[in-house]
Design a protein around this ligand. Structure first.
Ligand code: FAD
Ligand code: NDP
Length: 587
């Protein structure tokens, strides 16, 4: 923190302050240097008795004085950077509850650009802490013309409709594959896309409404307008009729999220993306999903489950970055459920003849579809944000358009903050955006001190065989620790609720549990992987244990809940290295 303060000061006032980080190779050298500094302040008793780090000295005009520890340094810096002593009210220190809500002369204490997961959470928390807040949220229609309401990607075209449609597909599977085994007369299951779509979209509209009410109740100004910086403290805001006005603010939080990448091939404009799929008027028919990340496989999984003949066109591998052993099982499961895979293929051209789309692949393949869904990653929505009009901010824009922030603050434009999908190198997940927004709000306007911790964030891929993961894959662990220092415990088993189904057993459906452990740290669990029903629910709880540094022994020493799939993690005994079968029978 002290280093952050010093860096911020020297970035803001290079003529007055210089931050120097002096690193010592070992403890003795460090102590020697501290003693030398202490000798420069022989009469300062506090400096002589101060033993913890950091120990901060200030050199001014050749004289050295003792400043104190971290808190003293932050207080010292705050006093120098309070709004009354700075030109535009911007303050270089992220952690500050410094009366920034007073007398700065701007319309707002803070304007949040983007009313999605991160922006809404952050703005409500800041308002609760007494700040005068405005939120801008404006949706640019997708190239196919799809629009939606307040709440951002997650609520309108992301997690919520995705999970609901995934649930629709899982329900169908249960009716087809399990119901008869449990004594239900064989149901003649037919899916009605239009009925599902209507209920899903109505649910989304009710959430849009609830968000508007919540902003009003929190005393936040909600502007359904597109924001663009016109100066360091000024935003040009444009409403849907094209009317332009301006608002000013002491600070800004950029929470503009991202939008799907476009398909840059001839005929690419005929493809839809995740902004469109959830509001299609009718069932998508024969579907090609291009991409093999979360979105392509989740959407491919549910449209296949709802009755569409589905193909996934995969450039390289499925689910890059995840545990290979688990991904291979997802791949086998998708194929067993009828999804066709074109691996090592990219599209080269799409032709549209009436309602039929003919897709040419790099392998020479030519196939006809009714719907082509492109899901090849997302791009930060910073184009047109006018960051060039904020001195320094352009330096904090990465090549991919995302923002490079330190503790959610732009180093070269310290009154501008960023959270959520717009951040470079951070997971694009709703709870990450929310948590970063809450912590930032508490640091800016409350007594909070906590930085966002982006490590060990749990995630779940809602493929038909759901996949929950935390921490490292086996490959990542082996690469960073060496194979000799990694132990993997595995088990493959049939969830009890699937045990009666002939269809599932004929297909070989199974759940899978895997713990990746660090042998050098008492078998600390550094990777958690689960394939099977309710993966999100199960993985969430274990992420608490992993945050607390749980070891394999802690897992094994925990009494399970029987009969569940989660209890499998308390009974894992087969190591991968043993070569013994991970297949489990019996109770
Ligand atoms: P967003 O939610 O994208 O919000 C940004 C808002 O800012 C948007 O409303 C946008 O229109 C608006 N905006 C942009 N520019 C401006 C401007 N200049 N002026 C005014 N407003 C502007 N995550 C999960 O954790 N679990 C899931 O299951 C999951 N499923 C997903 C499924 C899909 C299909 C997709 C696409 C994403 C999914 N995600 C999931 C990711 C999750 O939706 C995002 O990580 C999350 O929404 C990011 O929140 P955000 O606040 O950064 O941005
Ligand atoms: P991802 O980054 O997860 O995957 C992109 C996929 O597209 C990869 O398979 C990649 O292949 C492929 N690809 C990239 N460029 C091309 C190209 N030019 N031609 C063909 N294939 C290409 O992106 P998504 O769009 O799936 O999802 C974006 C983010 O949204 C995710 O990372 C996730 O954070 C979030 N999300 C979270 C969900 C959840 O929590 N359940 C659900 C959905 C989204 P390659 O491996 O070869 O690069």
């Amino acid at each position: 923190k002290a280093k952050g303060v010093a860096t911020a000061l020297s970035a803001l006032y290079p003529a007055d302050y210089e931050a120097r980080l002096d690193e010592s190779p070992d403890r003795d050298t460090y102590r020697g240097k501290l003693d030398a500094l202490r000798q420069k302040t022989p009469t300062d008793a506090k400096a002589q008795s101060h033993t913890s780090s950091p120990l901060v000295f200030l050199t001014e005009g050749g004289a050295t004085s003792y400043l104190g520890g971290c808190d003293d340094t932050v207080a010292w810096a705050r006093a120098r950077l309070s709004p009354s002593t700075t030109e535009n009210g911007s303050n270089g220190i992220c952690n500050q509850n410094d009366g920034f809500t007073k007398d700065h002369g701007f319309d707002y204490d803070v304007v949040v650009i983007g009313g999605g997961s991160g922006g809404l959470a952050c703005s409500k928390e800041m308002a609760k802490l007494g700040a005068k807040v405005a939120v801008l949220d404006y949706v640019k229609p997708s190239p196919q013309g799809t629009k939606w309401g307040l709440g951002g990607t997650c609520v309108n075209v992301g997690c919520i409709p995705k999970k609901l449609m995934h649930t629709a597909a899982i329900l169908g599977e249960a009716m087809r594959d399990d119901a008869a085994a449990f004594g239900w007369a064989s149901p003649d299951v037919k899916h009605n896309w239009a009925a599902m779509r209507e209920r899903v979209q109505n649910h989304i509209k009710s959430l849009n409404f609830q968000y508007r009410v919540a902003l009003r109740e929190a005393g936040i100004s909600y502007l359904n307008k597109l924001g663009e910086f016109a100066g360091p403290n000024t935003l040009k805001v444009t409403d849907k009729k094209g009317k332009v006005t301006q608002i000013t603010s002491a600070r800004f939080v950029v929470a503009v999220g991202g939008r799907p990448n476009r398909l840059d091939i001839p005929g690419g404009e005929h493809a839809i993306d995740s902004d469109d799929i959830f509001s299609l008027e009718k069932a998508p028919g024969r579907v090609l999903c291009i991409g093999a990340g979360y979105i392509a496989l989740e959407c491919g999984g549910f449209v296949n489950g709802l009755g569409s003949s589905t193909t996934a066109m995969v450039r390289s591998i499925l689910l890059r970055g995840f545990d290979r052993e688990c991904v291979d099982k997802i791949q086998t499961h998708l194929v067993a459920h009828g999804v066709k895979l074109q691996i090592g293929v990219t599209p080269t051209k799409i032709e549209k003849n009436g309602d039929v789309l003919t897709v040419h692949g790099s392998d020479g393949s030519v196939n006809e579809y009714d719907t082509v869904l492109v899901a090849t990653g997302r791009k930060a929505d910073t184009t047109g944000l006018g960051l060039d009009n904020v001195p320094g901010a352009a330096k904090d824009v990465a090549q991919n358009g995302k923002l490079k922030a330190v503790d959610e603050q732009l180093p070269h434009a310290p009154h501008v903050y960023a959270i959520g999908d717009v951040l470079d190198g951070r997971p694009e997940l709703t709870p990450v955006a929310i948590e970063a927004g809450l912590r930032l709000a508490r640091r800016l306007f409350g007594a909070g001190n906590e930085r966002m911790d982006y490590e060990n964030v749990a995630t779940t891929v809602f493929t038909p065989l759901e996949y929950g993961a935390i921490g490292l894959s086996e490959d990542e662990a082996t690469e960073s620790l060496g194979a000799e220092n990694v132990e993997c415990y595995i088990s493959e088993f049939t969830p009890l609720e699937h045990a009666l189904s002939d269809a599932r057993s004929a297909r070989g459906d199974a759940a899978f549990a895997k713990l990746v452990c660090d042998k050098t740290q008492d078998l600390k669990v550094i990777g958690f992987h689960y394939l099977g029903p309710n993966a999100g629910e199960i993985t969430q709880g274990f992420s608490v244990a992993m945050r607390k540094g749980a070891t394999y022994g802690d897992f094994l020493g925990t009494v399970g809940i029987h009969p569940t799939v989660a209890e499998e993690f308390t009974t894992l005994t087969v190591t991968k290295a043993s070569g013994a079968s991970a297949a489990k029978g019996g109770c």
